[in-house]
Design a protein around this ligand. Structure first.
Ligand code: URA
Length: 247
């Protein structure tokens, strides 16, 4: 939702509206990296506003991207006391992971409190792509890669067609798998079904989000254009928060 910049700054604790106007006039405020002007409107959900290069956060919806390290669990609470993905996010807001990665899996996980978006991103009918890099034990043949791509029988049904690229074959093989569904432990079970165990598994892409420039363990807030792309992936042109579309 858009609001006047000086009002957004005042509610984020930068003093009276008048002193916020001074900050803007002094050139200390930027919106999406561009110096702000007095009277402009901002949407703190989709735009990044900084004061002296420090980002101010909306009290509303938050979107975080974590490049999950191994050993961290995807639940909000772990009875065994292990570190959770929510512990990795520096926020006081109650956020939750969109889907899950196994404890041993590394890679991208979106963490948010936007329940409607999470629901759509996880719903099979939207077919949001997830790209995995897998190191599988043993020599994976082209024929096996084709089987994985056409669909393999798992206990909860045959997997949907997937893009499978055999990157290298040796004592272990490296594959890149792009899935349009997200069942529990799907990649590991697919590989097991064709006779290979998984040595390591990393998710490098979730829909339009990639791990470019993010080391494993890094966490950051999504930037405005990234949030818009993510929403476009599931809402198309019906994005309820899109500019000009507000109720
Ligand atoms: N598939 C798996 O087997 N594990 C994951 O963590 C993600 C996809």
């Amino acid at each position: 939702m858009s609001e006047r910049l000086q009002r957004a700054l005042a509610s984020a604790g930068f003093g009276s509206r008048r002193s916020c106007e001074e900050l803007i006039r002094a050139g200390r405020v930027a919106v999406d990296g561009v110096p702000a002007t007095l009277g402009m409107s901002v949407d703190l959900i989709t735009q990044t506003v900084t004061v002296d290069e420090r980002e101010i956060v909306s009290e509303g919806i938050e979107y975080w991207l974590l490049n999950k390290p191994a050993g961290v669990v995807s639940t909000a609470d772990d009875p065994q006391g292990r570190r959770t993905v929510v512990d990795c996010v520096p926020t006081e807001t109650r956020v939750f992971p969109v889907g899950r990665l196994d404890a041993a899996t590394t890679g991208l996980l979106l963490i948010t409190n936007d329940g409607a978006l999470a629901h759509r991103l996880l719903h099979p009918s939207y077919g949001v792509e997830k790209e995995y890099e897998v190191i599988a034990r043993g020599r994976v043949t082209e024929a096996t890669a084709r089987r994985l791509s056409e669909g393999v029988e798992l206990e909860d049904g045959v997997t949907a067609p997937a893009d499978v690229h055999l990157v290298s074959v040796g004592r272990n093989s490296v594959l890149r798998l792009t899935l349009h569904e997200g069942r529990n432990r799907q990649v590991r079970r697919m590989l097991e079904a064709v006779g290979h165990s998984v040595v390591s598994l990393h998710r490098g892409r979730f829909g339009p989000l990639t791990d470019d420039g993010m080391f494993v363990g890094a966490v950051r807030r999504l930037r405005g254009p990234e949030i818009e792309n993510l929403k476009r992936a599931v809402y198309g042109d019906d994005d309820p928060h899109a500019k000009g579309n507000e109720a």
